[in-house]
Design a protein around this ligand. Sequence first.
Ligand code: FAD
Length: 278
Amino acid sequence: MIPPIANRFVAGESPAVALERVRRVNDRDVKAIVNLLGEHYDDRETAEADAAAYRQLIDDVADAGLEACVSVKPSQLGLDLGEDVFRDLLSGIVERGAERDVFVWIDMEDHTTTDATLDAYEALAREHGGGVGVCVQANLRRTREDVERLAAVPGKVRFTKGAYDEPAEVAYTDKAVVDREYRALLAYAFERYDDGIAVASHDPEMIDHAIGLYETHGTPFEIQMLMGVREDAQYELAEEYEVWQYLPYGSRWKSYFYRRVMERKENVRFALRAVLGR
Ligand code: FAD
């Protein structure tokens, strides 16, 4: 059983509980990006089991008529075992998504995985004419070039600041520079992209920047935020814009929960209050 304290950031352990949560956010006009927690598998069976769970999840979302898509992690689909394993398992999920009209996002992990992830994304997006999206990270020095390359690919791109601690050779480590890059990437995308832009940030300044770009260029976009983070803002923004909530579930919730708690001191306080009962 998942403890109530972790329930702010993780929907629950079973897909049924996750889909119940999807229903609740859909009722408030927010769509859901469902993620089965898991990463860095070193055996094929576990990766295959998660791939099968994703295909089933796609069927469940489609059968229930929910406003939801899924988001997968490359190392959850066997990237550590080999690019061929990852591509094989990912393409099975994307094919099922195409059959059932459920969108598939690919999360981006650390910089050693960027090439394999973008190559797999590009091949599948071209094969299916869309229906799939990939995340890019503003903290990586390479991302401006990647974003130019992706402009010609028929899929959606999720813009994030980047969640991984990366070495200075490949990444900007100064937060102000990452913010500057993020703004520049969005400016480029709103000018050049026509297949979908996802602004995945909780930062009010970045969201205002995106809204300003939308008002200038009219390019369709969506806002994405995590479950348990600025949820009031999500529901408020959903009155005017398309908003998606990233909603993780599964038995491997501990490390995800720990990351959410540690990334902001407000969250540490919240966790302590819940443990101490005040
Ligand atoms: P930050 O730069 O952390 O903070 C800026 C401001 O935002 C803060 O000053 C505050 O005003 C507000 N804010 C931020 N967090 C909170 C909070 N917890 N509570 C209240 N206010 C807050 N990263 C990857 O590397 N790969 C991925 O695939 C990936 N997918 C993501 C998908 C989604 C839907 C989201 C929302 C993020 C994803 N990320 C991913 C994480 C992302 O890269 C950032 O690490 C994370 O979003 C923090 O950056 P930020 O832009 O939200 O705000």
